[in-house]
Design a binder for this molecule. Structure first.
Ligand code: NAP
Length: 416
């Protein structure tokens, strides 16, 4: 069913969670790029009318005409009412496992397209299992992970595979993503989501097993392939002459890339291999930095595991919900990811870069542009209702938008 055929929708896009740190940035991007009274009809939503009015005021006089939608994420009827009024919901209200479930259910039921910036793999798996059938029936396209997790990885992998296919007639047999540079900070909402994920899996053996599965997000019956467990510890990488450490976001990004491959009928091949790591440089220094990064990651997970140390982390180390890096810090942020792809005849190097803080300044643009793609039906052919990934739903259409509107570039660095 075409969602548009259900009934005319009042809005093209509702930014849900617009009072949060990232939500405010999404609203600001849409206002700057599309205006409040232009041909994109959009509104802001969240649980507090008072806070939403404050956001509208903060956005400036240009935002005066924006409508406000109010409801609690735990209230099924309220989420149903939100989903019925708009063609697309774009959500930043996280932790998503805490506040996002009723909204996804309502969108799936009502044929409302949906995108978000979750990286909570355990919750995505549950949402797919519970709502895929309803979304297929209603025509709702649901696309989680439209932020820094996992757009650069997922679209980067799509991009290098397309380039390899146009040069050699075949996709890459393997792609490795190496983070060359990452300058950014984390918000309270991200910290809360990380702690929620660890809490969820700590007492649930099935959830732990699911998260450890490299193909955990693949469709039923498709959860196997040549990739093994995530990297642990340090390693020397000969391709780039550098020590490497595990990349903190690989746990979600690699699953999203593998799901994309399965949803695109194995466009990268059934034996396709994918991996991510963080480069730390050469020599003793590079090795020490890699060891330090691995150790810090392990220590944070270890502290989050136990109640007293989790309290210490939450109270003294991590920012609180609503907080995040200020505008100056966001302007100094950047990321640079190298993708090395090869098949048996060629090697190709591509890079995905962005010149602002990736987690918030660029994430808000990635999410906003994903929502506009959904609102304007700028998807790859034959994308019907169901749960998708950024690459399988948007492909080139979103790459073009991100290059035009989100300060990001996708380039081929070298052919071999
Ligand atoms: N994938 C990525 O790259 C990426 C990047 C950035 C953030 N994120 C994720 O995005 C999420 C938000 O991060 P953030 O730093 O923006 O968080 P935040 O500032 O704490 O914002 C959370 C939002 O959720 C809303 N909310 C809380 N409880 C609610 C409820 N019961 N019903 C409806 N809305 C509710 C909050 O409303 P109030 O203002 O009324 O409290 C606020 O609008 C987190 O899950 C984070 O991990 C992902």
């Amino acid at each position: 069913m075409d969602p548009g055929s259900l009934s005319p929708r009042e809005f093209d896009v509702v930014v849900w969670g617009a009072t949060g740190f990232t939500g405010r940035l999404v609203a600001s991007h849409l206002l700057e790029r599309y205006g409040a009274a232009g041909d994109l009809r959009w509104a802001v939503g969240g649980r507090s009318a008072r806070r939403l009015e404050a956001v509208r005021e903060e956005l400036g006089p240009g935002a005066n005409g924006l409508s406000i939608l109010v409801g609690d994420g735990g209230d099924a009827a309220a989420m149903d009412a939100v989903a019925r009024r708009t063609k697309v919901v774009c959500s930043t209200a996280g932790p998503f496992a805490r506040y996002g479930t009723e909204l996804v259910a309502a969108c799936a039921r009502r044929g409302t397209h949906y995108c978000d910036i979750t990286a909570e793999g355990q919750w995505i798996r549950r949402m797919v299992d519970e709502h895929e059938a309803a979304a297929r029936a209603s025509g709702a396209r649901l696309v989680p992970c439209c932020g820094f997790d996992s757009i650069p990885s997922d679209l980067g992998c799509f991009f290098i595979n397309e380039a390899m296919r146009s040069r050699t007639g075949r996709p890459c047999a393997e792609v490795k993503l190496l983070v060359r540079r990452l300058r950014g900070a984390i918000s309270g909402g991200t910290a809360a989501s990380l702690l929620k994920l660890i809490e969820d899996v700590r007492d649930d053996r099935d959830a732990r097993r699911m998260l450890a599965d490299p193909y955990s997000l693949n469709p039923d019956g498709e959860r196997s392939g040549p990739d093994g467990p995530d990297r642990r510890g340090t390693a020397w990488d000969e391709d780039v002459d550098s020590w490497t450490a595990p990349f903190v976001m690989a746990a979600i990004n690699t699953r999203v890339v593998r799901r994309s491959n399965a949803l695109m009928n194995y466009a990268y091949g059934r034996d396709f291999r994918y991996d991510e790591a963080q480069m730390t440089g050469r020599g003793l220094r590079g090795r020490a930095v890699a060891a330090g990064m691995s150790g810090t990651l392990g220590a944070i997970v270890g502290m989050a595991w136990f109640r007293p140390t989790r309290w210490l982390l939450r109270t003294f180390v991590l920012p609180s919900p609503g907080q995040g890096p200020d505008a100056r810090r966001r302007a100094r942020g950047a990321f640079d990811m190298l993708l090395v792809g090869r098949n048996d005849t060629a090697e190709l190097r591509a890079c995905v870069q962005g010149d602002r803080d990736p987690g918030y300044e660029l994430t808000s643009r990635m999410l906003g542009e994903s929502a506009v793609c959904l609102a304007r039906d700028e998807t790859t052919p034959n994308v019907g209702g169901g749960f998708w990934t950024p690459a399988s739903c948007f492909g080139d259409r979103l790459i073009e938008r991100l290059e035009r509107n989100a300060r990001m570039t996708f380039t081929i660095e070298s052919d071999g």
